[in-house]
Design a protein around this ligand. Structure first.
Ligand code: TRP
Length: 473
């Protein structure tokens, strides 16, 4: 089986694909706003430390498990635990989680696609209007857009790892960097832009509370595609010549840089639009920022640039976000697809059809749950709030089960597979690895404080989300 497994063509191809997975909507808008509100430079520093100290070892562990077994997460857990049924369950969780995340992320991507089409077709004034978002999320266009997004993702995935996933990333990632840099340069020339830079970067230690620390850690963890089975799956497609630890460092660096640079676009744009803005009052959610706030900023640019140029900039921005979303969506859908191919012996085409049927059906219901159908919109309630199907999926899988999966992989690698074996795998492609500080650190940290930190996030999320109880104030 593993002899015929497809591989990424090179280390760069793998890094671009994994970075494409990690860079998403959260990097482009969630991160900058979070940073600005929560201590600026102090938050950035803390975030960077968490990426290195907590996330990097987990990323390395996931990639190593994938490459060692050349299997999807279920197969990987099963093989390394010698079919221990407890660990099979952990593997299964690593398939269900990405499946459910794919469902809600599809909905977000579809919304972005609709905004992109509006911006490109000269309707920036419409998407900047107060009622647009509410109308878009309950419009029949969504279903056509969903078909378009699904067709694009299927087109990429059907060609396989090298000609599909890797080629997609090789086109979209450089395009994404270029668009991001162009937008940053443009935004920094606007009046008052530097007030935004200042707000973003000047450290404010007083704002660093336990809650902010815990947010920074969860944001870093989620942003890097950890706990989703993605890095196990992508890891299963890397060749034995590839240096895993070195690649993981570059993926983490790319993801963090994109998030950081995005802040140099988003915050100056906000300040230029409204010099008296108090970023602390901006909504926490990337969703409301992208769909309600940023279109207004782009429209306001027409006073200085004219409507056409403002529309061009908005189009570039939405294309950027769209590319970021597509590369993430591709990576997350590949996980259950790889499972169906490896474990259920389906062909790639058949696996994709199975996936699109079920994910499509659920995504359809999730789209309806954003206001179109009442019982799906107010499906349930917990933690003192009414929750839609969309909210339920995000809370359960994105917020809750993700850290649990992270915890399981740390425990699995340290106590079942064992550090010795991890080191052996990591030394393939990097003969000196076990002598490095990173090797010693990774072995120690994965078996000790990383699982403790991740467990704390898990417990805090459960308490806060389902019981409305805040440990961290
Ligand atoms: N970094 C992504 C974001 O900021 C989060 C993410 C990581 C993600 N991997 C993913 C989302 C895979 C969807 C699918 O949005």
């Amino acid at each position: 089986m593993s002899a015929s497994r497809e591989h990424f063509s090179s280390r760069l191809g793998f890094i671009l694909a994994a970075a494409g997975s990690a860079v998403g909507i959260g990097n482009l808008v969630g991160f900058p706003v979070n940073a600005a509100k929560n201590g600026g430079g102090a938050f950035l520093l803390m975030y960077a430390i968490f990426v290195i100290v907590i996330c990097l070892p987990v990323m390395i562990a996931e990639m190593a498990v994938g490459r060692k077994t050349a299997k999807n997460p279920v197969g990987a857990y099963a093989q390394l635990s010698e079919n221990d049924s407890k660990w099979r369950l952990a593997g299964l969780l690593s398939i269900i989680t990405p499946f459910m995340i794919a469902v809600f992320y599809t909905v977000l991507t579809v919304w972005i696609f609709v905004y992109l089409v509006f911006a490109v077709s000269g309707n920036l004034d419409y998407i900047a209007s107060a009622t647009a978002f509410g109308e878009v999320i309950s419009s029949p266009y969504l279903f056509i857009s969903m078909i378009a997004v699904a067709a694009l993702v299927r087109f990429i995935l059907v060609s396989g790892v090298k000609d599909g996933i890797e080629r997609g990333a090789r086109i979209m990632m450089p395009a994404l960097f270029i668009m991001l840099i162009l937008l940053v340069i443009f935004v920094l020339t606007l009046d008052n832009a530097f007030a935004g830079v200042e707000f973003y970067l000047i450290p404010d230690l007083d704002k660093i509370t336990p809650k902010v620390v815990s947010n920074a850690l969860s944001q870093a963890f989620f942003s890097l595609s950890l706990g989703m089975g993605i890095l196990i799956t992508y890891g299963s497609y890397i060749t034995k010549e590839t240096d895993i630890a070195g690649s993981a460092k570059l993926v983490a660096l790319t993801d963090t840089s994109v998030a950081f640079i995005a802040g140099l676009m988003v915050l100056p744009a906000i300040f230029s639009f409204n010099p008296n803005v108090n970023p602390n009052e901006l909504s926490d959610s990337g969703v409301s920022l992208i769909f309600n706030y940023l279109p207004k900023i782009f429209l306001a640019l027409q006073d200085s640039t004219g409507y056409v140029m403002a529309s061009v900039l908005a189009s570039v921005f939405f294309l950027l976000v769209f590319f970021a979303a597509i590369t993430s969506l591709v990576s997350i859908i590949e996980v259950p697809v790889a499972y169906l191919i490896d474990e259920k012996k389906q062909t790639r085409k058949k696996a994709l059809n199975t996936m699109f049927l079920w994910a499509g059906l659920l995504a359809f219901l999730t789209i309806l749950s954003a206001g179109m159908v009442d019982w799906l919109t107010s499906l349930t309630s917990y933690g003192g709030k009414s929750r839609s199907l969309f909210d339920l999926i995000t809370d359960m899988f994105y917020d809750t089960i993700l850290p649990l999966n992270g915890l399981l992989i740390c425990l699995f690698v340290s106590y079942r597979w064992k550090s010795q074996k991890l080191n052996e795998e990591l030394s393939i492609g990097n003969a000196e690895f076990s002598k490095t500080f990173l090797a010693k650190y990774t072995n120690f940290a994965l078996g000790t404080f990383i699982p403790v930190f991740v467990a704390v996030i898990f417990i805090d999320t459960v308490a806060r989300t389902y019981f409305g109880y805040n440990f961290f104030g």
